[in-house]
Ligand binder design. Sequence first.
Ligand code: NAD
Ligand code: ZN
Length: 365
Amino acid sequence: MLEIPVELGARRYVVSVGRGLARLLPDLLAPLGKRHTVVVASRLLLKSHGKALARPLERLGVVHTCVVPDGERFKSRRTLEGVYDAFLKARLGRDGLVLALGGGVVGDLAGFAAASWMRGVDWVVVPTTLLAMVDSSIGGKVGINHARAKNMIGAFHQPRAVVIDPAFLATLPMRELRSGAYEILKCAVLGDAALFARLLRAPLGLEGWERPELDNAIATACRIKAEIVEKDEHEGQLRYVLNLGHTIGHALEAVTRYRRYTHGEAVGWGLIGASWIAHDRGLLAASEYDGIASAVDRLGPRPRMSDLEPIALLEAISHDKKGRAGRVPFVLPTAIGSVVVQHDVKPPEIRRALRAMAGREALRD
Ligand SMILES: NC(=O)c1ccc[n+]([C@@H]2O[C@H](COP(=O)([O-])OP(=O)(O)OC[C@H]3O[C@@H](n4cnc5c(N)ncnc54)[C@H](O)[C@@H]3O)[C@@H](O)[C@H]2O)c1
Ligand SMILES: [Zn+2]
């Protein structure tokens, strides 16, 4: 088992990574003391892993399991109401514990429920998708969607522990696995040339990716995210670098109403776009741009983007909620392992990046 501490003073916690850890949950969480525990779990996840989890959850002292339906549209106020009802029924008090079991949707929802219940109860998260393992479970950002705006209702509420058992990934559809892998690639471009090299050696489309390689990539990505969160818990300047690939990525998702791409696929396209802009500005060597774009392409096919209207994408980018006063900061790679944030990227540059992205689509077909 690997242990990655997230050093946040009084809010310090450990991310544990290891195969079979789900069975050891009661032991791993023993330092938190015996607690009145409510599990918030994905329905699909329980279908495939519920049997194996029954015993450990029983040993943990779980008093109630709140099953939530799967899908982004259930990261909603309505589902949240149901979670609160379950908390009430289970008489979850200030000294209780919420355990989130599922992908990023369940983690964000359960974490937000914990953040707001009685002004904050402790929670732990057991992520079961690759994306949730390497991204959403670390850092304490929790929340739900407004019907017209994603992630608009939220809070910062750090978990007390993150338990990552890569064995869950055996049942994860390949497309969801790749979705998380694009975020791992993002982490590599942000801060780890060795991880980047390993990803370049991964099998095409990740078919048959070996377990030790996958586990190593998960742990390294967690460490990179943890280090960034430690330096900037509440998303000031520094943590913003985690948005690499997300400026164009979010626009692709919004313009296609979150139906065409998985989050990671959109980030994959966005990584190519941001790298192109960096190259276009003379910040990134052509060979490095090629390296990043090929690494993205190697992870697998992504739904097309060349049919989307550039004007609609530019419009969506200018509405990015991270932008202030109409300016949307772009995270631009300058080498594998380093980035800069620039606030003056102009629409014509973004248009050229969109053309470069579309060009790669043709390359692949
Ligand atoms: N809080 C953060 O910092 C942060 C960061 C990134 C993303 N997010 C959020 O995370 C969400 C996306 O997370 P996601 O990609 O995990 O999506 P998800 O939670 O919707 O999971 C994807 C699908 O995989 C299924 N699934 C989960 N575990 C499985 C398993 N082990 N085997 C088989 N199927 C399984 C789910 O039921 C779902 O259908 C978005 O809502 C996004 O906003 C949050
Ligand atoms: Zn992301």
